[in-house]
Design a protein around this ligand. Structure first.
Ligand code: ZN
Ligand code: ZN
Ligand code: ZN
Length: 149
């Protein structure tokens, strides 16, 4: 049944370290997050969790995601006008979302370092490099648009 996975075990010990109870539902959410290839909405996480544990309700999954965020196990981001997406906190990166084709590119958060320093210095403002995607037009869509002029 629960084959142990070091990444899942780390999450479970973070929960225990915060003196929270480890439940089957929490373990399953952890397993889904570790197995996820990229960004998942709360709805998609619920769907994956229910494939493994049909009794876990959506509200339980939402509560667990909140707890995981408070414990800094996961972070969420807004890539477009749609629902927030979640991924493990260890995988923090910047997001560029193309307004035309909707593709999101993950880029190393370090690309925001210069901007981050400048905003801090000039405005005393601390940039959150991950929470909201930077929007614009991707290389493909720029080229495509020119071809059709
Ligand atoms: Zn948010
Ligand atoms: Zn992301
Ligand atoms: Zn595009």
């Amino acid at each position: 049944m629960s084959r142990s996975n070091p990444e899942v075990d780390d999450i479970l010990s973070a929960i225990r370290g915060a003196t929270k109870r480890v439940t089957v539902a929490k373990r399953t959410v952890a397993e889904v997050l570790v197995a996820a290839p990229g960004h998942l909405t709360a709805e998609e996480i619920t769907y994956e969790v229910q494939k493994r544990q049909p009794d876990v309700s959506p509200s339980t999954v939402y509560r667990i995601l909140e707890e995981f965020e408070a414990l800094e196990i996961v972070v969420h981001a807004h890539l477009d006008q749609h629902a927030a997406v979640f991924h493990l906190a260890g995988a923090v990166h910047g997001h560029l979302t193309c307004d035309e084709c909707g593709t999101t590119f993950e880029i190393p958060a370090a690309h925001f370092d210069a901007l981050s320093k400048d905003l801090q210095k000039t405005f005393g403002f601390r940039l959150d490099r991950h929470h909201v995607a930077v929007t614009g037009t991707c290389e493909y869509c720029q080229t495509h648009r020119q071809l059709h002029k």
